[in-house]
Design a protein around this ligand. Sequence first.
Ligand code: GLV
Length: 440
Amino acid sequence: MKHITCIEDLRQLHKRRVPKAFFDYADRGSYTEDTLRANSEDLQQIKFRQRILVDVSKRTLATTILGEPSAMPLILAPVGLLGMQHGDGEIYACRAAQAAGIPFTQSTMSICSIEDIAAAVDKPFWFQLYVMKDRGFIKSLIERAIAAKCSALVLTVDLQVIGQRHQDIKNGMTVPPEWSLSKLIDFATKPAWVSGVLQGKRRTFGNIAGHVKGTEDLTKLSEWTASQFDTSLSWKDIDWIRSIWPGKLILKGILDVEDAELAAKTGAQAIVVSNHGGRQLDGAPSSIEVLPEIVDEVGSKLEIMFDGGIRTGMDIMRALALGAKSCMIGRAYAYGLGAGGQEGVAKHSTSWARSSPPRWACAASTPSPRSTTRCWRFEAIAIPPTGVVPAKAGTHNHSRARFEHGCGPNSSQQSSSVVMGPCFRTSACTHLLESSQGLG
Ligand code: GLV
């Protein structure tokens, strides 16, 4: 592909270069995939108010995430099996994130182990935890993350029972792949992938294999994992985790305002508003739909991160404008990894959000009371040169207008925020505004 201009281009390349079972594992969602679709469709519904002739000569995407400087409000989310999208995929994704100056989160269900990554990168990364029945193992896993100097623990709270991904069943997805004629034919057409995976450090779940008795056999390992998630996990277990993990704690998978309130009482520093990328409870709302009310309720007590459906820098702006402090991407960078390894993540998957001189700016002022024909669902994003300013309460009401009561001439009058926005050099932007210069 000569010019890669958007995440969809990376997705197409990933699809061509990686065996179907692993591409589909990353790409697809659970059951009817309603929630998967809603994540991006609801983001697209949110329109920007375009204002002009505001001085936008000083812009930056730099911010802080959990008190640490970050080049932009973006985090690479935990994604299982990255090492099956590209040999040593976790290491390459982590290196790409660190080169871009943003956090990388390693999944429990990684192919590389915590120690493999720690030995291969210069800076601390985040570790994502799934809690399994064998609490002795979970304790030792947290201790390994401490020993590896991981700088935050991301506890996933929405996957004690795994959502059924129909496509994984149809594909006979196993780790590592079980041999069949169709798989052999598939692999034969992907020699670069085969050689990368063969050269990689591991072909099984590196955090688990060899650490738990009976997990030496690869295929049995995936069965073992499926049967091991602790379905009794509850709020009280967070105290137990906090008694082992002394550092920053993030709860990932909050989608309801009452859960957000409970999360605020746990001592966690942050939550990720997320429906697991539409891979868990199908029929649950999109993440963007619930974001504003969660921000209103607990935004002053917890740092709010957002994930679900982000494919452009514009989507990041949408989430930040509705009160998220930063966003996670999962599929967007997994596509980059499958399409082109570390470069695919660094050069493409994150470049649309990088602080290369942004060309586009959203500027907004008090919504016009004369705007009777349109409801501007939110005004703009607030990223002055000093960092991200969470959207103001008035701004959230605009999004509510969308989800609850439509719009009208008075729907946006209470906000007086004057903001100038950044600009994410997005694929869409690049395409529209810089058509002569693709991301590739
Ligand atoms: C794991 O997190 C998955 O969604 O497969």
